[in-house]
Ligand binder design. Structure first.
Ligand code: HEM
Length: 552
């Protein structure tokens, strides 16, 4: 009797408790919603307005994203009239509009994220100089995506964790150590691109051959390069994992469109697709993880047995750096899990940006064939008729470097960079509240007339004749690889890879833009891409043996 009474009492208590918990959850969600989407925008906007900075009114939840998307869609609809590199207003129509309305510095919202566009080079330098203890850190959609795909890798870390990882990874990218990576880059270029173009030329029977779009060719090439350079010893397996990794990134990037109506049928269809996507993502994630884990463990076993294997791919460079007595003594050594995350992160970082850079280098060289000839002559002079490419040869090709620097200035692969204030901070005359991102439009910096002259929108590699440091009139006037402690850790490798690929192609071919080329730069993902592809016409260089003849 007593126990029945007790259990009745406890059932009632249970029900009450459940209601209290549910109510607390709902209240908490409601509170967060009001704070994130209503209170914060009000507070941040008031704080900025009090300091003379205004901006467009954000919508609830989406901020200014719908306006940005509409402006971009309108601006990117049509191609440019001619092949002009003056595309900043086209690519960032919202910046132009808001600059006209609110001045050079304004506050806008990406969803619930407040962003200040900063254009003053001195202040940009200050923000990007922030180190792991500084007032700015790296948060944003790219870091979120990177964390989702690869976990805690260098690209997405902050604070002391980032510092330790950067110290552990950096030695793998030091100059001379990269010598061994020229060979995998050459092998990929020969197999994935040169031999295919040679075949197309012979099949076309003529001196010239039309290639409808080189963008996928270059993406396949840089993908092959990173898979080969990262895991040379298990390239075949790694190549498969790499394809899966690319699919995973595509799935993470492409948001599932919302249901077209709110009918039960459409909602069930939506839920079905969402579940299938979730399952596929999980499948891919597990498969890539298993392959990369296998390769890392195999490389670790080889590394301890046979030192001769070292320095032939990134993984062995990473392992060597990781076992370096200094790294061990300072406590920066990475665990196997860290190594796996870094390897996966290099997959992502290592193929997109070089492919984007190469697209525009080839577009500009095709538009300016005299620069192809200058590079070719210089190559003959430095490398002789045999044309053997080594790291020393590649680094001494001044005309090639000038063209690459100028292309990266005009078409920087990652055009926007952000840092987020981790505490309230003074930036110039502005008090920035914790959580605000400071955004930089790099193509704008790369065209400032005070640093680049009145011809800033022209392709003129001559401006780099005296080297990069003398051309750059301000620390942040040129930042394709970013600036400050978080600049691209793989910059030396990326430049080596690009030099090698361009040199090998110029050794074999001449190329020009096809009349079908339509100039319409747009942003896809995070990089600037030619919207209608890049069709070119190639011809063989007079008197050059084909690569296959060369090998025999
Ligand atoms: C032309 C080629 C490349 C360009 C233009 C480029 C550009 C950049 C930029 C702008 C950043 C800094 C982003 C920021 O400040 O928020 C960055 C960071 C990074 N890049 Fe690259 N990158 C290139 C190639 C590569 C390659 C080939 C790899 C790997 C093999 C790589 C690995 C990384 C990593 C790991 C970071 C994060 C560094 C850190 O946060 O400490 N990048 N890159």
């Amino acid at each position: 009797m007593l126990s029945f009474k007790n259990s009745q009492l406890s059932t009632r208590t249970w029900v009450t408790l459940t209601f209290v918990v549910l109510f607390a959850i709902v209240l908490h969600r409601l509170f967060r919603f009001v704070r994130t989407y209503m209170w914060n925008p009000l507070r941040y906007r008031r704080a900025m307005q009090a300091q003379g900075v205004s901006g467009p009114t954000p919508f609830l939840m989406t901020g200014n994203l719908p306006e940005v998307q509409a402006l971009k869609a309108e601006s990117w609809k049509r191609p440019m009239n001619d092949i002009s590199h003056d595309y900043v207003d086209r690519l960032f129509p919202h910046y132009r509009l808001w600059t006209e309305r609110y001045g050079p510095r304004f506050l806008f919202w990406s969803g619930s994220q407040p962003i200040i566009l900063e254009t003053d080079p001195d202040l940009i330098k200050e923000v990007f100089s922030s180190d792991h203890k500084g007032p700015y850190a790296k948060y944003g959609p790219q870091t979120v995506l990177s964390k989702r795909v690869t976990g805690d890798a260098l690209f997405a870390l902050n604070g002391t964790k980032w510092l330790h990882r950067r110290r552990a990874v950096r030695p793998a990218f030091r100059g001379q150590l990269l010598e061994g990576l020229v060979e995998p880059v050459m092998t990929s270029t020969k197999e994935v691109l040169v031999s295919k173009w040679e075949k197309r030329l012979s099949e076309s029977g003529g001196r010239e051959c039309y290639i409808e779009d080189i963008v996928p060719h270059l993406a396949a090439l840089t993908g092959d390069v990173i898979a080969r350079a990262l895991f040379r010893s298990s390239y075949e397996e790694s190549n498969h994992a790499f394809e899966q990794h690319k699919e995973l990134i595509r799935l993470e990037f492409q948001k599932q469109p919302l249901p077209c109506s709110w009918t039960p049928r459409s909602l069930i269809g939506y839920a079905k697709v969402a579940y299938q996507r979730f399952r596929r993502r999980r499948e891919l994630h597990q498969s890539v993880l298993a392959t990369v884990r296998g390769m890392v463990e195999k490389a670790m076993a080889q590394e301890s047995k046979q030192k001769a294997h070292a320095h032939k791919d990134f993984l062995s460079l990473l392992l060597a750096a990781n076992n370096d007595p200094e790294t061990v003594a300072e406590g920066f050594q990475m665990s196997t899990k860290d190594l796996i995350q870094e390897a996966r992160s290099f997959y992502t970082a290592g193929y997109q940006a070089p492919a984007t850079a190469l697209n525009w280098i080839f577009m500009l060289l095709a538009q300016h064939p005299t620069w192809q000839d200058r590079i070719y002559e210089e190559l003959k002079e430095v490398a002789g008729d045999e044309g053997m490419l080594t790291m020393q040869v590649l680094n001494s090709l001044n005309n090639l470097s000038m063209v690459i620097y100028e292309s990266l200035r005009l078409y920087t692969p990652a055009p926007e960079a952000h840092r987020t204030a981790v505490r309230d901070v003074q930036l110039g005359n502005l008090r920035i509240l914790k959580g605000t991102s400071v955004s930089v439009c790099i193509p704008k910096l790369h065209r400032l007339p005070e640093f680049w002259g009145e011809d800033a929108n022209e392709f003129n590699p001559e401006r780099f004749r005296g080297g990069l440091s003398s051309a750059r009139k301000h620390a942040v006037a040129y930042m394709p690889f970013s600036f400050g402690p978080r600049y691209c850790v793989a910059k030396t490798f990326a430049l080596l890879e690009i030099r090698c690929i361009v040199a090998m192609i110029i050794q074999q071919f001449r190329f020009q833009l096809s009349p079908q080329y339509v100039h319409a730069p747009v942003i896809i993902g995070v990089g600037i891409q030619p919207k209608h592809g890049l069709p070119i016409v190639i011809s063989r260089r007079e008197g050059r043996p084909t690569m296959s003849e060369n090998v025999q």
